[in-house]
Design a protein around this ligand. Structure first.
Ligand SMILES: Nc1ncnc2c1ncn2[C@@H]1O[C@H](COP(=O)(O)OP(=O)(O)OP(=O)(O)O)[C@@H](O)[C@H]1O
Length: 585
């Protein structure tokens, strides 16, 4: 059951020109444990998500058992059932009201009998050493961070996937729980399938890995056995990955004339044995072995940045620079278009001008004239903003058509069959109003897409400052607007999270960002609860900031600066508003 990637690339969701992975070709063989390592932002999670069928590659193909994972932009569901992904942050993976429901949701796509389900849950809990905290009726959100991590792992393990893909599985886990996980990995590797683990914890995972892939800025920097990579750790250093403690210790020993490096000792136990051997050879001293359990307790505490620095110093200068860099080579999506560069106050004014101009129109000609500048404003928006607008347009266009159709219907109580007529006049009158609403929505979307939230708030704060000077009461308005601005992205994020859950755990063959209708009953209540929870957190944060007690609510306005381009844009906006006002007359 090999899992293969052929020339796979992945683009950033918000910018198709930014590559998160470039031309990756890899084959993962059955029964192997592969580690994905690399600096923060090197593309480990992106690679895992591609392998788990969570998102399609922008080019290249991914195959399981030589069958393509994606066909015509749809993931193949039977293959999806054979892959299990645990998320980097377990709280993003959990949503249900009880532990029982969490397991139930993950196992639902597998069509198991109640007995089989029970058996799978029991076995997953045993594998991870889950104890009394795992009362099936308990809420997952009443668990500690480490317990949630174990629950998230257990719900994935219970599905018995051929390929287990784990993103930072030990983050937040205490040493005992991490050991249970290691035992599970050891036991599973001979049973079936394979495992791919994205991790920064080389000390823990390196001894049991068959292969290590070092990612650097979305490309494969090195690919080899742990022993080979540790014997030649330059790729680790160049990719900005911290070296495993055993490697640092081996190098330090080598500098002091005790060579244990070539033996590829990756675990503290093996390294300790090798050191003891050398000591015995040299001085004929008797070294007493510690009992095996003590060997297992935790990782060695070797804090030797100087060793890593020494290793680094022995590398060429360009390697050192690359090794120390923890930053992604991909710059953040730069928005060079004029819209993104304008001062937010200018965009507020343009938005108000176009909304007022549109509201003034009462004819199709007037609305068509208002539609032109709105359409022109979309030129220069990023591709993802345009895609977002297209998504918004579709339901809006349906809403318009249905409203117009319904408004035109006329019921005739008397007369001949079919008793229903159609009045184009009524339909057009409604169409005019709905089209106005449509244009205002488009203008609002443009404003939101062209202005980051923080800048939008700054612009508003500036306007409200003037209103305050005129002794107008603005606090409640400012609070409402601020909450609204914060709440909308929050809803979008939560929706995105539920879409991830539906694909990774519900095994739904839907596109990223989509949710199946049949999942809605299971998701609606948790989604609302999650939103209430976030709202509660936000209220607490506002309370802590003493918002509403005469404190500045909407941020600072010092960084605002009007340029010549802003002047031209405001002047053009005023001309446009004047033109639309004349058209109305
Ligand atoms: N939804 C997204 N939209 C835009 N860029 C993204 C998105 N998700 C990830 N990226 C970018 O993709 C790059 C790779 O991210 P990824 O999460 O795969 O890195 P990683 O190696 O797993 O990092 P870490 O070790 O911190 O988890 C980063 O530069 C990140 O900013």
């Amino acid at each position: 059951m090999p899992l293969t990637l052929n020339n796979v690339s992945a683009a950033a969701p918000d910018d198709p020109n930014r590559r998160l992975l470039s031309d990756v070709t890899l084959t993962f063989e059955d029964g192997t444990v592969t580690l994905l390592v690399g600096h923060t932002g090197s593309g480990k999670s992106t690679l895992l998500h591609l392998l788990a069928g969570m998102r399609p590659p922008s080019s290249g193909d991914i195959r399981l058992d030589d069958e393509p994972l994606w066909r015509r932009k749809r993931v193949i569901q039977p293959l999806l059932l054979r892959l299990g992904l645990t998320f980097q942050f377990p709280e993003q993976q959990l949503f249900a009201r009880s532990l029982r429901q969490e397991f139930g949701y993950s196992l639902r796509p597998y069509g198991l009998t109640a007995q089989e389900k029970e058996q799978r849950i029991r076995s997953a809990c045993e594998d991870l050493g889950l104890g009394a905290a795992f009362d099936p009726d308990r809420s997952p959100f009443a668990l500690s961070g480490g317990q949630r991590r174990r629950l998230a792992l257990a719900t994935t393990i219970a599905t018995s996937p051929d390929w287990l893909l784990m993103d930072e599985p030990t983050a937040g886990l205490e040493s005992a729980a991490a050991k249970e996980l290691l035992r599970y990995i050891q036991a599973r590797r001979t049973a079936k399938g394979g495992m791919i683990i994205a991790t920064h914890d080389l000390d823990l995972f390196l001894p049991l890995a068959d292969r290590v892939i070092v990612l650097d800025h979305g490309t494969i920097a090195a690919d080899g056995t742990p022993a080979a990579l540790c014997a030649n750790p330059e790729p680790f250093v160049q990719a900005g990955v911290g070296l495993p403690s055993c490697v640092l210790l081996s190098h330090a020993l080598a500098r002091n004339g005790t060579a244990v490096m070539d033996e590829g000792k990756l675990s503290p136990e093996d390294l300790a044995d090798a050191i003891a051997e050398r000591l015995k050879e040299r001085h004929c001293v008797t070294v007493k072995s510690a009992p095996p359990e003590e060997h297992l307790e935790g990782k060695p505490k070797i804090e030797s940045p100087s060793d890593e620095a020494t290793l680094l110093a022995s590398l060429p200068p360009q390697s050192q620079a690359a090794g120390l860099s923890q930053e992604s080579a991909h710059p953040p999506a730069t928005a060079n278009s004029l819209w993104y560069r304008l001062d937010p106050r200018t965009k507020w004014l343009l938005y108000l001008f176009i909304v007022i101009g549109t509201m003034l129109q009462s004819s199709w000609l007037g609305l068509a004239s208002a539609a032109l500048p709105i359409a022109a404003a979309y030129i220069g928006l990023s591709r993802s903003a345009l895609l977002g607008a297209a998504k918004l347009l579709k339901p809006l266009a349906w809403f318009m058509l249905i409203s117009v159709g319904l408004a035109g219907l006329e019921w005739t109580a008397s007369g001949s069959f079919p008793f229903v007529g159609f009045s184009p006049e009524h339909a057009l009158a409604t169409g005019l109003n709905v089209f106005r609403l449509f244009l205002i929505t488009l203008a609002s979307y443009w404003f939101a897409a062209a202005t980051p939230y923080g800048r939008m708030v700054q612009g508003l704060a500036w306007g409200l400052g003037y209103a305050k000077r005129l002794r107008l009461r603005t606090d409640s308005f400012a609070l409402a607007v601020s909450l609204m601005f914060k709440f909308i992205p929050m809803i979008v994020r939560e929706w995105q999270r539920f879409s991830d859950i539906v694909r990774a755990r519900g095994k739904a063959a839907v596109r990223p960002g989509a949710v199946r209708g049949r999942d809605m009953p299971a998701l609606v209540v948790p989604l609302l609860l999650a939103l209430f929870h976030r709202a509660e957190e936000m209220t607490a944060a506002l309370e802590m900031k003493k918002i509403g007690r005469r404190t500045a609510l909407l941020g600072h306005t010092e960084s605002l600066r009007l340029t010549r381009a802003d002047g031209i844009a405001i002047f053009s906006g005023l001309l446009l508003l004047g033109g639309l006002a004349v058209l109305r007359g």
